[in-house]
Design a binder for this molecule. Structure first.
Ligand code: URA
Length: 279
């Protein structure tokens, strides 16, 4: 094998990446450490590359300083919101949202629970930990994506299953904040987890999440994938149900032009008792 000068490698790599970008490819996989090598091309190639490749997101989408300022102004307004007195009295924190404001994918949930209320961050409790695992299984870090809820304050009554659902009035009051977040972030894909999140954004829908999941919908011209809420997966953890949810996430990856490895494509399949039984 002949060695190639670093400058040629660099030019070839850039040419290849530009070509992929023109073709609509938005992600390439790199093994950990390869990014540094690509950036400098000065260090000798590593003798060993770890076997699990990490994704590199190639996103040219940048948020302008004006939009950043608008996002901060929105955040300030939401954190000071006192529209729902009963929730203001109960809450410890307003849970605005977290993540990359330039993200091409946004996850939307229902409302903060006790942990989220305590920490001021969405999806940090048990359901949140599962959502984080799902996000990571897609090849993202949690900080790569944006996560928000329909309701920014914790509903003030607990039920046997945890939070009560937000009322239609609470959702109508709070929803403009989520709408503004989406308008500013302009994700290419929204994943709405659970019936309440889907109906919060698309109130005219009548079917339940079991029928809605897996079918692309649209919110404000943005493709929206409804899927199961992670807390539902924690309570009804059949492999078949997890696989369905995973298929929804695979669809989101494909919509974004992300590469899907064989391993990712096959998650849960080998554990299904009889694949022919799934409908
Ligand atoms: N469930 C949600 O829908 N959102 C959270 O932030 C936490 C749990």
């Amino acid at each position: 094998m002949t060695s190639q000068p670093a400058s040629d490698l660099r030019a070839d790599t850039l040419r290849y990446l530009e070509q992929q970008k023109r073709r609509g490819v938005r992600y390439v996989r790199l093994a950990p450490g390869q990014l540094e090598e690509l950036e400098t091309f000065s260090a000798p190639a590593r003798a060993e590359t770890p076997s699990t490749p990490a994704p590199l997101r190639i996103s040219t989408k940048e948020m302008s300083p004006e939009k950043k300022a608008a996002f901060e102004a929105l955040r300030t307004r939401v954190l000071a919101c006192t529209k729902c007195e009963h929730l203001v009295r109960f809450r410890h924190n307003v849970v605005f949202g977290v993540g990359n404001v330039n993200s091409e994918i946004m996850f939307v949930g229902e409302a903060p629970g006790a942990d989220e209320d305590e920490q001021g961050e969405p999806f940090v409790g048990k359901a949140g930990q599962l959502l984080t695992k799902m996000i990571q299984a897609m090849g993202f870090q949690r900080s790569d994506v944006y996560i928000a809820n329909v309701l920014k304050c914790r509903p003030n009554v607990e039920t046997a299953y945890g939070n009560r659902k937000p009322t239609p009035e609470e959702m109508a009051t709070c929803l403009p904040y989520l709408r503004e977040q989406i308008q500013l972030i302009q994700p290419r894909v929204i994943v709405a987890v659970g019936d309440t999140a889907v109906k919060g954004l698309l109130p005219d829908l009548k079917e339940g999440i079991t029928r809605l999941r897996g079918k692309w919908l649209e919110y404000d011209n943005i493709p929206l994938m409804p899927t199961f809420h992670p807390s539902y997966l924690l309570r009804n953890a059949s492999i078949a149900t997890k696989r369905l949810c995973w298929e929804d996430l695979l669809a989101a990856m494909e919509k974004l032009g992300m590469p899907v490895s064989d391993k990712q494509r096959n998650y849960f399949l080998s554990a299904l008792p009889n694949q022919g039984d799934r409908s």
